[in-house]
Ligand binder design. Structure first.
Ligand code: HEC
Length: 106
């Protein structure tokens, strides 16, 4: 019963925000990420594999999760001295493109 309520609550939230998960995923264009991905590769690698132990791998991660993480860093809800300043100037479109890029990169 509790699980059922959580699911309904989640969809209600999605409805209130006016976005569906499908639309969010479809919004990202991996090819368009080339404009900004150069800022990320020193730490996360062009192939999405972190260059040092403190830099997480992004390769193959779900775009929806990457997008959520980037928005959390941008808003300050998630804090990291290295990653916070990287996310601050990103637009919603750039975030969607970067998320699609790292989900798809191989
Ligand atoms: C100076 C190094 C550095 C650069 C450049 C950098 N990041 Fe990060 N990134 C980090 C670190 C460190 C973390 C882990 C932060 C933490 O522990 O919360 C991180 C975390 C992330 C996460 C969350 C991963 C997860 O599993 O939760 C995403 C997504 C991300 N970075 C995307 C990007 C993107 C996209 C760019 C380019 C715009 C970028 N990063 C540039 C250092 C960097």
């Amino acid at each position: 019963m509790i699980i059922r309520l959580d699911v309904i609550g989640g969809w209600l939230l999605v409805g209130l925000l006016g976005v569906s998960p499908t639309l969010t995923l479809a919004a990202g264009d991996p090819a368009a990420a080339v404009a900004v991905v150069g800022r990320c590769v020193a730490c996360h690698g062009a192939d999405g594999i972190g260059k040092a132990p403190q830099y997480p791998n992004l390769r193959g991660q779900k775009a929806s999760y990457l997008e959520k993480s980037l928005k959390a860093f941008r808003s300050g809800e998630r804090k990291d001295p290295a990653m916070g300043p990287m996310a601050k100037p990103l637009s919603d479109a750039e975030i969607a493109n970067l998320a699609a890029y790292f989900e798809a990169v191989d």
